[in-house]
Design a protein around this ligand. Structure first.
Ligand code: SF4
Length: 325
């Protein structure tokens, strides 16, 4: 028993040392207090991967429906410019299964996206502000924010402190969408601040993104009283703002943060467990769903599934880059 405990301590120590060496890009978010798994198998980064993979310490609370059968495909896009690692630990069975499932998901989604574009072409919303600013997305987004700021189209304008428009790169490939601002967001005027925002920043860092690389916003731009779920009439009035944001952004992938955001955006009542494992489309853009960071703070055991989701998201975003990039 003592040897086993020493061995675990050694493994955890090795992982922490590796994380320190890769500061800002690793899995500190995974190791926050309350989420520390009993045993962490160390997987040395391979082909430029930035992280180690902890085990699935517990099943998610919601049922998970796996719709993709893992099919053996070659590991995607090894970068010949990057040096081979000097040392490699064995990849766990769980990690190997994840990589196969991830590659299958990405390949199938890329094919589906192409089929969608060919058979159901979506006419992109023409955003007049883009024309008015000669295609300058940053200027168009700033002008749209100015338009939305005084919006009184629904009753939430009466209880908000300010509108919370969105933040990040106005030409981001990946857009994260939550349901609505909370109290801190309403105070600060920025989406995903406070503890859940900090966790989102760490999750992004773990897949190599900063908040400035992506765009982050909510479906509703004003805080519902007591953080209740968005009402259909509020969504109906606010969604045009989101569509105009997306018309400027033209993202490759959308990631919904949380069940409510995913159900509201996709107009479905499917559980998050089901939504997480299939790709969906919104205005012709592939949509994935994962847990809301606030839910991860309450239930750290869901971080394992979130880690898999965001790795898939990152792989999909890369795969959807135009050739030559
Ligand atoms: S929630 Fe949206 S539609 Fe309602 S007042 Fe705010 S910006 Fe306008």
């Amino acid at each position: 028993m003592a040897n086993q405990a020493d061995e675990r301590q050694q493994i955890v120590g090795d992982l922490q040392a590796w994380i320190r060496q890769n500061k800002g890009q690793a899995l500190e978010w995974f190791l926050d207090e309350g989420s520390r798994p009993d045993v962490i198998p160390v997987t040395e980064p391979q082909n430029g991967e930035k992280s180690a993979a902890p085990p699935n310490e517990s099943a998610p609370a919601e049922p998970v429906v796996v719709t993709q059968k893992p099919t053996p495909v070659a590991p995607s896009r090894p970068d010949p410019a990057k040096p081979e690692p000097t040392k490699s630990a064995p990849v766990t069975d769980k990690e190997a299964a994840f990589r196969l499932a991830c590659d299958a998901f990405v390949n199938e989604t890329v094919a589906l996206t192409k089929r969608q574009a060919a058979t159901h072409p979506v006419v992109p919303i023409a955003e007049p502000l883009l024309d008015a600013h000669q295609g300058d997305a940053a200027a168009a987004m700033a002008a749209l924010e100015k338009e939305v700021r005084p919006c009184t189209a629904c009753e939430l304008s009466g209880s908000r402190k300010q509108t919370v428009f969105g933040t990040g790169n106005p030409r981001a490939d990946v857009v994260f969408i939550g349901e609505a601002p909370g109290q801190e967001e309403d105070q600060q005027g920025e989406p995903f601040v406070g503890a859940s925002g900090q966790l989102l920043t760490k999750i992004l860092g773990a897949i190599g993104y900063s908040r400035d690389d992506v765009y982050i916003c909510n479906i509703l731009k004003c805080r519902p009283p007591n953080n209740r779920d968005p009402q259909p009439n509020e969504v109906q009035h606010c969604e045009p703002h989101l569509k105009r944001q997306l018309a400027i952004l033209r993202p490759r992938v959308i990631c919904c943060l949380g069940r409510v955001a995913a159900q509201t955006l996709l107009k479905t009542d499917l559980s998050l467990g089901k939504l997480r494992h299939t790709v969906h489309f919104y205005e012709g853009v592939p949509v994935m769903a994962t847990f809301h960071p606030a839910a991860l703070l309450r239930n750290p055991s869901w971080k394992r599934d979130t880690w898999d989701d965001v790795r898939k998201l990152q792989a999909l975003s890369e795969a959807l880059q135009p050739e030559g990039n």
